[in-house]
Design a protein around this ligand. Sequence first.
Ligand SMILES: Cc1cc2nc3c(=O)[nH]c(=O)nc-3n(C[C@H](O)[C@H](O)[C@H](O)COP(=O)(O)OP(=O)(O)OC[C@H]3O[C@@H](n4cnc5c(N)ncnc54)[C@H](O)[C@@H]3O)c2cc1C
Length: 278
Amino acid sequence: MSENVSSLKDVPLADFCTYHTGGKARSLKIVYDVNGLLETAVGDFAVIGCGSKLLISDSGYDGKVILMRLSGIELTERGVYAYAGAPLPALARFCENNSLKGLEWACGIPGSVGGAVKLNAGAFGKSISDVVDYVDVLKESKLVRLSRDEINFGYRSSDISSVIVGAGFALIRTDEDMAALRKKYFSQRRATQPRGFSCGSVFKNADMPAGKYIEQAGLKGLAHGGAVISEKHANFIINTGFASSKDIFTLIRTVKAEVKSKFDVLLQEEVIYLGEFY
Ligand SMILES: Cc1cc2nc3c(=O)[nH]c(=O)nc-3n(C[C@H](O)[C@H](O)[C@H](O)COP(=O)(O)OP(=O)(O)OC[C@H]3O[C@@H](n4cnc5c(N)ncnc54)[C@H](O)[C@@H]3O)c2cc1C
């Protein structure tokens, strides 16, 4: 095994997700470079980037989990290239430092480049797919470059089913004050989003923002165990410190049932489940 892979057994996955809940993985491979990934990404496995969109079962994951820690961001002719494990805020700051515009809205999103491309992360009316030039993936143990046209991006989704190794972004050179833009986005986040352990928005927006449905269903502040629906932003479920994943899952089920019965709208989860939930 390459020295660029750390292999661990029976590891608590709560340490690798922003909800800080969930049980153990039977096997965890922390991968630091492409060779390590080529060695490791064989057979069945689940992938975690920064775990900022995941709800991991309290019974854990009975299999191999690959934790993507391939990092590195470099300038290219058309913008930047970032490895999948690079944190989005680092990518946004790199672009700012190089006067490149197109990813400044991503400064407050605590995900990895791989997770953001896979889920087509976005904020303030922008999505990562607006600036994706190409994506490198692992297909049958080979590196393959997908051009933007070969990928179908949707709202918080893509049809990429392979492990993302890195992505190229086409960006625009700018004279704008990028630091001022970053500060504006941060303060908008602080004003509208709660602090605490969460996965960001739990539900995808429907014909109206999911948070509005939840608020109008009178569910703000509803708690189960250590989980609570945020008073500040109803689409956030917060782990107050002692929640289990089951507590969070119970609130998710309650929200879906209440919104369905009051408005006949079935909200779809944006949060991704890892492991078994019932
Ligand atoms: C406080 C807070 C604020 C947030 N704000 C926003 C926001 O404004 N906009 C937004 O879109 N999201 C937001 N999020 C959600 C989250 O940060 C994004 O969805 C992020 O892009 C997820 O990346 P990740 O690396 O954490 O993915 P993970 O949670 O680790 O994984 C999510 C999914 O992507 C897959 N995946 C991860 N890496 C790879 C890879 N290299 N190859 C293939 N598949 C991969 C996983 O298998 C999983 O299915 C927020 C979350 C929090 C906690």
